[in-house]
Design a protein around this ligand. Structure first.
Ligand code: HCB
Length: 216
């Protein structure tokens, strides 16, 4: 089976919410030498992307999106234990992560959290639909080096801007770096709201987090 083929099968298994095929294809991919992160980024995530596109075109409905999301969450969780521990140099770096108020999308946030954790960051998750003040409170409580926020909707991404203000008002903005992500976020958005970094995916979130803490 070619590399593209196996990722295509994983992708389609998410779209079709085919649990058995997903489990089998992931197992095959691992046997073929694909890493868990590669499987998430090249198979599962494009699958969810396609689910989103079909939903937008009215070809899939919310219950199907929910089932696909549940399947993806289950597969990501099963892959978590197979992830190699990364460099532990960042052990002292503390990250507060969450999905902003009004937004329940947390699959991407959870992947970022897992990848940061296996790469040695101490991660505190304030959850999804998290009050913006809870990011600030948690950051103060744990002495965070980075506050990473996720937003999946154009309406809720404003929360990422507000978070900058709240961190400033709390007097800790100069002590923490901020990172934004989620489908509608961009490099331009990060610059516009004064965030320190934007990450397109979980691997990039890890490298950006490393850069941010190296520069602290
Ligand atoms: Co949802 N939904 N949804 N949804 N949903 C989106 C986001 C739309 C784009 C779909 C569409 O219309 N095309 C749309 C938003 C439109 C907009 O505002 N532009 C939308 C909508 C409208 C809604 C509801 C309002 C639908 C309704 O009820 N009528 C509702 C929202 C309710 C609410 O939040 N208040 C809703 C609900 C749902 C669920 C519950 C069915 C389910 C979420 C389940 C869950 O997360 N536990 C869901 C899903 C699954 C999606 C899509 C299909 C996939 C999102 C996803 O998981 N992607 C999404 C379509 C899309 O995004 N194209 C659709 C896969 C992950 C891996 O990607 O981008 O989240 P990611 O994360 C990446 C990356 O961004 C980065 O790393 C991650 C890993 O690589 N990253 C970070 C993420 N966070 C980061 C933070 C950092 O600091 C750094 C990097």
């Amino acid at each position: 089976m070619s590399n593209e083929n196996i990722m295509e099968i994983i992708k389609e298994s998410i779209v079709k919410v085919d649990k058995d095929t997903a489990a089998q294809a992931v197992e095959n991919a691992l046997k073929e030498g694909f890493g868990p992160v590669e499987i998430i980024e090249k198979g599962l995530s494009p699958g969810m992307q396609k689910v989103g596109d079909l939903f937008e075109r009215g070809e899939l409905f919310l219950p199907q999106v929910m089932m696909a999301a549940n399947l993806m969450t289950g597969v990501v969780n099963s892959l978590q234990e197979k992830m190699p521990e990364g460099q532990s140099a960042e052990k002292q770096s503390v990250v507060v992560i969450g999905t902003v108020e009004g937004d329940v999308h947390d699959i991407g946030k959870n992947i970022v959290k897992i990848l940061l954790s296996v790469n040695g960051f101490e991660v505190h998750d304030v959850g999804r639909d998290a009050l913006l003040t809870s990011f600030v409170e948690k950051a103060k409580e744990v002495g965070a080096n980075i506050v990473a926020s996720s937003a999946l909707m154009t309406g809720t991404m404003e929360g990422q801007r507000e978070l900058e203000t709240l961190l400033r008002d709390a007097g800790i903005r100069d002590r923490v770096k901020t990172m934004v992500g989620g489908a509608p976020a961009t490099e331009y958005w990060a610059e516009k709201i004064g965030a320190d970094a934007y990450a397109e995916n979980a691997s990039e979130a890890v490298s950006k987090a490393r850069e941010l803490t190296a520069a602290k």
